[in-house]
Design a protein around this ligand. Structure first.
Ligand code: C2E
Ligand code: MG
Ligand code: MG
Ligand code: MG
Length: 285
């Protein structure tokens, strides 16, 4: 029926687009307010060695906390934050918060490994970024090697030469660096060789299909072999089952992260687990 009346269809899409634009404007307004009030929280998801399941660190994942306490997932607001440039300020808050948390966990004597933070390409290419990072490190006194910065492959490929320069500066400051969501953009092997990163994080979509799809399995094995030959460590994200973990182990993957071990949790839960380290580490052994 929609096919029979093209005008009506155009009308429909026009209304859709308007509604979408209005929603975008409303969301931007709310987000701006959240930024000025720092209404965000850092959640943490553990990472584990594939061979024995020991804890190796955490990934910090941002949540937007609404007035009523409801948490909004980053998938719903990071894209808008990137389009409006608000990500620069949100990202600065997040890095500061994670550094504050690290110093607190150090003070409490927890063994939490390395903590990674996601950095948007919009932050990375902000001319103030390196200065901002240096300021946060100086203010909090965190050792940069306690931190890992995750940048997605898709962002790195927007301007690979520029990305390489900024990554080099960050690496020179002592940060560990990783390529996030690897395998879904189109990086050439040549760029991979030049990106000064320590870690490659295999995208969740390959891990999801690793037991059911031969191609995904082949791709994961190839990424692991190639990454190792280039001297990089490989982390698999989105590991949900023991079968997936076993497959990753036989492919030689170094670390894994996913619901099999833990969902992202608030810092209070990390602290509880760090006081009872054996319970968490027993999962995969
Ligand atoms: P990401 O960096 O690839 O983070 C992994 C995402 O996968 C997280 O979603 C995590 O909760 C989810 N995940 C982990 N294990 C599993 C699993 O076993 N199964 C499934 N189905 N999902 C799993 P989350 O927290 O919703 O974050 C989504 C994305 O938002 C992140 O993907 C990252 O790209 C972005 N993001 C999160 N925090 C920040 C931040 O502080 N700054 C920026 N720029 N981006 C962020
Ligand atoms: Mg990440
Ligand atoms: Mg990822
Ligand atoms: Mg991902």
């Amino acid at each position: 029926a929609a096919k029979a009346n093209p005008h009506r269809r155009t009308e429909f899409y026009r209304t859709e687009l308007c509604e979408q634009a209005e929603r975008q404007v409303a969301l931007t307004k709310l987000l701006r307010k959240a930024v000025s009030r720092h209404q965000f929280r850092a959640y943490y998801q553990s990472k584990h060695a594939v061979d024995d399941g020991r804890l190796t660190g955490y990934e910090a994942l941002i949540r937007w906390q609404l007035d009523d306490g409801v948490l909004v997932s980053p998938a719903q607001f990071i894209p808008v934050a990137e389009e409006t440039g608000l990500i620069v300020e949100i990202g600065r808050w997040m890095l500061g918060e994670v550094c504050r948390q690290i110093t607190e966990w150090r003070r409490l004597g927890y063994a939490f490994g390395r903590v990674s933070v996601n950095i948007s390409g919009r932050q990375l290419t902000d001319p103030e970024f390196v200065t901002t990072v240096a300021e946060i490190i100086g203010r909090t006194g965190v050792d940069p090697s306690d931190l890992e910065l995750e940048i997605t492959e898709s962002w790195l490929m927007v301007d690979p030469e520029r990305s390489t320069e900024i990554l080099q500066a960050l690496r020179g400051m002592g940060f560990k660096l990783s390529i996030d969501d690897f395998g879904i953009a189109y990086s050439s092997m040549n760029y991979l060789k030049h990106f000064p990163v320590d870690i490659i994080k295999v995208d969740r979509s390959f891990v999801r299909d690793i037991l059911t799809d031969r191609d995904s399995q082949a791709i994961v094995s190839a990424i692991i072999a190639m990454g190792h030959n280039l001297g990089r460590e490989i982390v698999a994200e989105g590991v949900e089952t023991r079968g997936q973990l076993d497959m990753l182990r036989s492919a030689g993957c170094d670390e894994a992260q996913g619901y099999l071990f833990s969902r992202p949790v608030p810092p209070e839960d990390v602290e509880r687990a760090r006081r009872m380290p054996l319970r968490q580490e027993a999962v995969a052994s």
